[in-house]
Every structure is written in structure tokens, then in C-alpha cells.
Ligand binder design. Structure first.
Ligand code: PFF
Length: 452
């Protein structure tokens, strides 16, 4: 399995790597899913549990993935193979590749919706519509098989269009342009939402913990969300880490990635709930929160049309910077291990993932009665399989590898950069990586098996 390491591209520097990783983490998970799951699970209490899960689960896996990628400069399969030759550990890499393919297939369904909403917000706006009108508009859009597949195709084409230009010219440049813009748009939206009359209740909703609505499932929701929203378990961070020069130190990069992606999720909540409460809507609208409730909020807000354009553009671009990281995983595997050139790889992999994603898109219309796992629709089955099984499994393998096979001394040594700066509070993290994170993941699995 020769690797064409000689010509392998790298990030132009640590900043490019950090922005791209935040771009991968911040996506539909943080801006679409996090607010509605928070809304369904009692607000502030869920937020607190989520932050704890990010620290105890997401961060250690993120550290292990990035260090593994950086030290080997390989894709997930190649990285595990290099560190543990002639052992089955490399299977963990394949799980990551499969997870990233599956996630991208259904991610592009919702990615297509966000593009359509951006277009609608620009072309027609939502201002003349009541909530019933918006619900009807959303309903007639997602029930149309041809239109939804076309928007999904557009989203995939955009993703492929970025990846085809390679690491620095495609992925890094796109993130360097979009991430600061995203931050700016989000700040404008938060200011707009928190200054609406009656917004206090919404702010209180996400910051004040109401423990009475917390159940054991809330905790498992938060665990799954921590994986999905930090993009760990799918090999993305091994792949992105593999382009990081050995000069750079990993701990400070990780601190920035975790801090900023968590802040964006919170800011998305702060941009949405104060406005929702201020206009008298319910916070627990579920997946429709962003596609139905929010446009109604915009329709009634001063400068609402502009806010709607900004919000949906932000959402679609956040989705794009995540989807390119997902496509990069199989692409880099094919390039490293099978010497496939980038152009052919992008077209083949992107095309295949698009085809795979069509049933998910159609599960909101003509395939809505076709059931997959546990009586769920195709979309929900794939989401369940990837988010609740493959990501935690991929994460578990990597964390066990880091803590027990490769060894924490090696991980901590590899995390250092030229400046020699290591991870602070090392004994604490050693304990977390070896015991706490794997046991927590295993508990989630056990709970899932027992409750299914
Ligand atoms: N973190 C992305 C989001 O929150 O939307 C989704 C994601 C990207 C999950 C990359 C997993 C991954 F490997």
C-alpha cells in the first residue's frame, strides 16, 4: 500500500487548519439541529449537559484523531495501519469512511433545502406569509421529488466544486472566506434577536437549566450531538489533521476548535429562541423550527427579509464547509491508498454519494412509507445508523487505540509542536482518554441496545 506522501499537500498554516476544522464542526448540526433538540429537551439543562459531553467525549476523541492524522500524515485507514501494522485496528478507519459517506448522503438532502430557502428568501421573501402559508410552502417543497432532488444535486455539485480544487485552493480558501463571514452574520442575527421586545424569555430559555425536563434520553441525545457537532468518529479530523505540519502544536488548535464551535451552537440558539419567544411561538417545533417557525419570525420582524436572507445563506454555507470535510475523507483515502487522482476521485465519489442520497431525499415524499431500521424512514434510519452507531463506534476505536494501544505518552509527545507546548493538566486527560470517554461511549451503546 504505497502512499504518495511526497506530493501531499498541507495547510498553509495553523490558522487555515483551525478555520477548516471549525468549518467542518459548525454546520447543520450546530445551527439546525442543536437549537431544535435544545428546544425539545428543556433548554438550558440540555445545553449544560451538552457542554459537559463536548469536554469529556468530543474533546478527547478530537485530540486523538488530530494527533493520529498529524503524526502519520495519512487518511484514517492508512494512519491506523501505519501505527499498528498487521493488526485489525485499521478497520476503525473504514468505519469512519463509511460513516462519512452515509452522513454526506443524507446531509445533502437538508443541504439542498437550505439552498432552496436561501433562494426563496432572496427571490420571494417570506414577508407576506403567515405561519400556515410558510408551512404550506415548506410542505409543497419537500413533497416534490424532482425539485428536492435537483436542490440536493446542486448542493453536491457545490461540495464537489470545492473539493476538486484541492486542499489549499479549494477547502482552505473556501473556509477562510466563509467562516469569518459566518461569524459576522451570526453576530448581526444575535444582536437583532436579543434586542427584540420580550426576548428575555428566550435568552432565559437557553441559559437557565430546567432540570425537570431532563431524562436519561436527554443525556444520550447530548452525547450523540457532541460527536456529530464536533465532526468526530467519521475520520474527518484524522484527515484534516493529516495535512497539519509537524511544526504546529495541537492542543491550542483543539482549544480553539472546541471553543468556537460550541460558541456558534450557543449563538445559533441565541439568534433563534429570543425571536421565537418574542413573537409568541413555541420552542419545541422540532426539525421544523428552522424551516417553518423561523421564517414566520422573520416575516414579522423589522428588517426580517434581510435577516432571512442572511440566516439561510449562513446555514447553507455552514452546511457546505461541513460537507466538504465529509467528502474529503473517502477522497483522501482513494488518493493516498489507491493513487486515484483528485478530479476522478471527486467525480466518482461525489456522484456515488449523490445517488446514495436520493432515497433519503425521496423519503420526505414518494418513499415516505418505505421503512428502514426500527420502522424509521430511510432518512432517519441512515441518520440513526451514522450518528448513533457508526460515529460513536469510530470514536471508540480511535480513543481505545490512543489510550491503550498507541499509548498516552506517544499521544502527548506527538501533540507537541515546535514550540514544545503540550497539553495542560496531562494526568487528568490521560485518565479521561483511557477510562472516562470509552466507558461513557460503551454506556451509550449498552443503553441503546437495552432500550431498542
Ligand atoms: N459537524 C457537522 C455539523 O454539525 O453539521 C456534521 C458532521 C461533519 C458530522 C463531519 C461528522 C463529520 F465527520
Amino acid at each position: 500500500m504505497a502512499s504518495n506522501n511526497g506530493s501531499r499537500e498541507q495547510w498553509s498554516g495553523k490558522f487555515g487548519f483551525i478555520l477548516a476544522s471549525i468549518g467542518s464542526a459548525v454546520g447543520l448540526g450546530s445551527i439546525w439541529r442543536f437549537p431544535y433538540v435544545t428546544g425539545e429537551n428543556g433548554g438550558g439543562a440540555f445545553v449544560m449537559i451538552y457542554v459537559i459531553c463536548v469536554l469529556l467525549l468530543g474533546l478527547p476523541v478530537l485530540l486523538s484523531e488530530i494527533v493520529l492524522g498529524r503524526s502519520t500524515q495519512r487518511n484514517p485507514v492508512g494512519a491506523l495501519r501505519k501505527q499498528a501494522p498487521n493488526t485489525p485496528w485499521f478497520m476503525g478507519g473504514f468505519i469512519g469512511i463509511i460513516a462519512s459517506i452515509i452522513i454526506l448522503s443524507f446531509y445533502s438532502t437538508v443541504g439542498g433545502w437550505t439552498l432552496y430557502y436561501t433562494w426563496e428568501a432572496i427571490a420571494n421573501g417570506f414577508h407576506q406569509l403567515s405561519i400556515n402559508g410558510i408551512e404550506a410552502k415548506f410542505g409543497s417543497f419537500i413533497s416534490n421529488p424532482a425539485t428536492t432532488v435537483i436542490w440536493q444535486a446542486l448542493f453536491m455539485l457545490l461540495t464537489m466544486g470545492v473539493c476538486i480544487f484541492g486542499l489549499q485552493n479549494g477547502i482552505e480558501r473556501t473556509n477562510k472566506f466563509l467562516m469569518p463571514l459566518l461569524g459576522l452574520m451570526l453576530i448581526i442575527l444575535v444582536i437583532r434577536a436579543v434586542t427584540l421586545p420580550g426576548s428575555g424569555e428566550g435568552i432565559r430559555f437557553i441559559l437557565y437549566p430546567d432540570w425537570s425536563s431532563v431524562s436519561i434520553t436527554t443525556i444520550f441525545e447530548a452525547l450523540g450531538m457532541a460527536f456529530f457537532s464536533l465532526s468526530v468518529g467519521a475520520g474527518t479530523m484524522i484527515t484534516y489533521g493529516s495535512f497539519l505540519s509537524k511544526k504546529e502544536s495541537v492542543p491550542s488548535a483543539i482549544g480553539n476548535i472546541v471553543l468556537f464551535s460550541t460558541l456558534v451552537s450557543l449563538a445559533a440558539g441565541l439568534a433563534i429562541f429570543p425571536a421565537v419567544f418574542s413573537l409568541g411561538y413555541e420552542p419545541n417545533a422540532g426539525p421544523a423550527l428552522v424551516f417553518i417557525t423561523l421564517p414566520s419570525v422573520f416575516a414579522q420582524m423589522p428588517i426580517g427579509s434581510l435577516s432571512a436572507v442572511l440566516f439561510f445563506f449562513l446555514l447553507s454555507m455552514a452546511a457546505l464547509t461541513s460537507s466538504i470535510s465529509l467528502l474529503e475523507v473517502p477522497l483522501r483515502y482513494l488518493e493516498d491508498e489507491h493513487q486515484l487522482n483528485r478530479k476522478t476521485g471527486t467525480i466518482l465519489t461525489g456522484g456515488l454519494i449523490f445517488l446514495l442520497g436520493i432515497p433519503s431525499t425521496l423519503s420526505f415524499n414518494i418513499l415516505s412509507d418505505t421503512k428502514g431500521l426500527f420502522g424509521l424512514t430511510i432518512f432517519d434510519s441512515l441518520d440513526f445508523l451514522a450518528s448513533n452507531v457508526l460515529l460513536p463506534l469510530g470514536g471508540l476505536i480511535v480513543i481505545l487505540f490512543a489510550g491503550w494501544k498507541w499509548g498516552m505518552n506517544q499521544v502527548l509527545r506527538e501533540a507537541r509542536g515546535e514550540d514544545g507546548k503540550g497539553l495542560p493538566a496531562q494526568p487528568f486527560w490521560v485518565f479521561i482518554v483511557r477510562w472516562v470517554t470509552p466507558l461513557l461511549i460503551l454506556t451509550v451503546f449498552a443503553f441503546q441496545i437495552l432500550s431498542s
